[in-house]
Design a protein around this ligand. Structure first.
Ligand SMILES: Cc1cc2nc3c(=O)[nH]c(=O)nc-3n(C[C@H](O)[C@H](O)[C@H](O)COP(=O)(O)OP(=O)(O)OC[C@H]3O[C@@H](n4cnc5c(N)ncnc54)[C@H](O)[C@@H]3O)c2cc1C
Length: 271
């Protein structure tokens, strides 16, 4: 149906689309309901081999090694919270899912919707960035796999074509201690002011939300920490990487300070 008419808007849990319709910010009026597509559900282990048609698939992502966890795009936050597999392999994703909205939103909102909605404040996005996840895109003409860190091209834009659906998210094995923190006016039902995910292993990885037009993989700050630099140097590197703005939820200055503080807390708590 999307191949025939790429102007159709897919809906999954509809928790973002409904808000757009309610506030008149979405002008779309024709939708395609993904909810009954069980093929886009399920959380399982798959052989960790990036496959696909994209040049990204051959050049980006992790080296094939072991098993990746594959999370169907229609997995809800509740599915993620309850999954023993995600709890074991990607606890930072469970921590982020627990802080999305309230129970109603967790029961209905999906991981695919959070990614496709492409808000810089999407709570799962820093986790997927720090996890070096891959996005499986599917259309009538085939499937391609894109490294999550190559997916967004700017504010609310991505490499996804209108005729493509997000089918699944694949997360390779993560070597290191995982960490997640959301800063908002309260823990749930409030959109984040700043949130950070980190992995502390042989390679340090840090990703931050709401400090740039898209989720930011803070590679300069992480590189300082990876080579044993001081937290002050890492914070200085972070300062040069982020570009937070003033908006209704916060000021740029506040976000900058919080981002630097979070980096120090990540480092301390994963010591
Ligand atoms: C009260 C409330 C609280 C919220 N709190 C939070 C929060 O704390 N943190 C947070 O991150 N978000 C929050 N949200 C936003 C929202 O719940 C999430 O972004 C959620 O993950 C969206 O998923 P969905 O399935 O409902 O998406 P939908 O609304 O169905 O779709 C969102 C967008 O994604 C597209 N889309 C959906 N699935 C696919 C797919 N498989 N392939 C291609 N395109 C697709 C749709 O076309 C649409 O553009 C909140 C929303 C509300 C209403």
């Amino acid at each position: 149906m999307l191949a025939d008419d790429p102007t159709l808007t897919p809906i999954a849990g509809c928790t973002d689309v409904l808000v757009g319709l309610h506030f008149g910010t979405l002008d779309k009026r024709r939708f395609i309901d993904l909810w009954p597509l069980d093929d886009l559900r399920g959380i399982r282990l798959v052989q960790d081999k990036p496959k696909g048609l994209s040049p990204h698939a051959r050049t980006g992502g992790d080296k094939p090694s072991g098993l990746s966890i594959r999370i169907g795009a229609l997995a809800t936050f509740t599915d993620i919270i309850k999954s023993a597999l995600v709890q074991r392999r990607v606890p930072m994703l469970v921590a982020a899912a627990r802080e999305v909205g309230g129970a109603q939103i967790q029961n209905r909102g999906t991981l695919g919707g959070n990614i496709a909605n492409a808000s810089p404040a999407g709570d799962t996005l820093p986790v997927l960035s720090a996890a070096n996840a891959r996005i499986v895109l599917r259309s009538a003409s085939g499937e391609r796999v894109v490294p999550f860190n190559d997916f967004y091209t700017g504010y609310r834009t991505s490499v996804r074509q209108p005729s493509e659906l997000i089918a699944a998210i694949e997360i390779p094995p993560i070597d290191g201690r995982q960490w997640w923190r959301k800063v908002g006016t309260r823990r749930a039902q409030a959109i984040s002011k700043v949130m950070m995910a980190g992995v502390r292993g042989p390679e340090v990885r840090v990703a931050i939300g709401s400090v740039a037009p898209t989720v930011l993989h803070a590679s300069a700050a992480a590189a300082v920490l990876s080579r044993g630099g001081s937290i002050a140097d890492a914070q200085a590197a972070l300062r040069s990487e982020i570009a937070p703005i003033d908006d209704i939820r916060s000021t740029g200055d506040y976000r900058r300070q919080v981002a630097e503080n979070l980096l120090a807390v990540f480092w301390k708590e994963t010591r």
